[in-house]
Design a protein around this ligand. Structure first.
Ligand SMILES: [Fe+2]
Ligand SMILES: [Fe+2]
Length: 253
């Protein structure tokens, strides 16, 4: 399914990215903005930048290694490791995926053909990015922290007064319901891109952005499902257990 190194070298950058948008990301990771090199042959570009095409191909293949870790594995993974996995996702979204998208959108020219899409994306994406970072901040600093405390309590590390205060403040049921009912942060972007329908988009740069946004939306859905279907339901059971432990401590005193 992948082009071999020889076929790859003879391709123009425009055709390479048109046939497989992932090459835009591959080139970007080598410091090359694909939209500035449309007419260059890949072998010329590699020579001028001192990169081997084998490296490009190798990196392209590694992208296909799935983002989805597999929920079957996570169901039986200790909850502290599930949290670490989710934090790893957060880090990848905020430090890798979203800055790449933001950079693509910032450099998107305001062409006449798809002007409305381009203008809307330039407006909405930074707002989305900010909201998303806030969502992650709350999860990591409050919700995950609370779940960690519950986990530690079940392991025998009980600070009763501290736990009591946290359990007054947080409720996993409430966190779960809010998380499920929260309008997906991607809703606005889905709306303005008509659910990432890129078939009629003429500009390749914009087409790549639509495809990347769709990929991010899919990854985010997998991530949210892990939170909604694995993390919070398991935390709910832990919260009930800890509440019983605290009750028994208060009876003893
Ligand atoms: Fe998350
Ligand atoms: Fe979340």
């Amino acid at each position: 399914m992948f082009l071999d190194s020889k076929d790859l070298q003879s391709k123009k950058v425009f055709d390479l990215v048109k046939d497989d948008y992932q090459y835009a990301k591959v080139l970007s990771s080598f410091g090359i903005d694909f939209y500035n090199h449309y007419n260059e042959n890949l072998s010329e570009l590699c020579t001028s930048k001192g990169i081997s095409s084998d490296k490009l191909l190798g990196y392209r293949k590694s992208i296909n290694e799935s983002f989805d870790f597999g929920n079957d594995v996570l169901i039986s993974t200790p909850i502290n490791l599930v949290i670490e996995y989710l934090k790893h996702n957060h880090n990848y979204f905020v430090k890798n995926k979203l800055p790449y998208l933001q950079n693509l959108i910032n450099n998107l020219p305001l062409n006449k053909s798809d002007l409305e899409f381009s203008k809307d994306l330039k407006f909405i994406f930074p707002i989305f990015f900010e909201d998303f970072v806030q969502h992650i901040y709350e999860e990591e600093n409050y919700h995950f922290e609370y779940i960690y405390k519950l986990f530690n309590a079940i392991q025998g590390d009980i600070n009763a007064s501290n736990l009591f205060i946290m359990m007054q403040k947080f409720s996993i049921n409430k966190i779960l319901l809010e998380h499920i009912n929260e309008d997906s942060e991607m809703e606005g972007i889905r709306g303005i891109t008509h659910n990432y329908s890129y078939a009629k988009i003429k500009d390749l740069h914009l087409k790549v952005i639509f495809q990347e946004l769709k990929e991010f939306d899919d990854e985010l859905s997998i991530h949210s499902d892990i939170e909604n279907c694995i993390l919070f339901p398991r935390a709910l059971k832990m919260e009930k257990k800890v509440s019983k432990i605290l009750q028994s401590i208060s009876y003893q005193n």
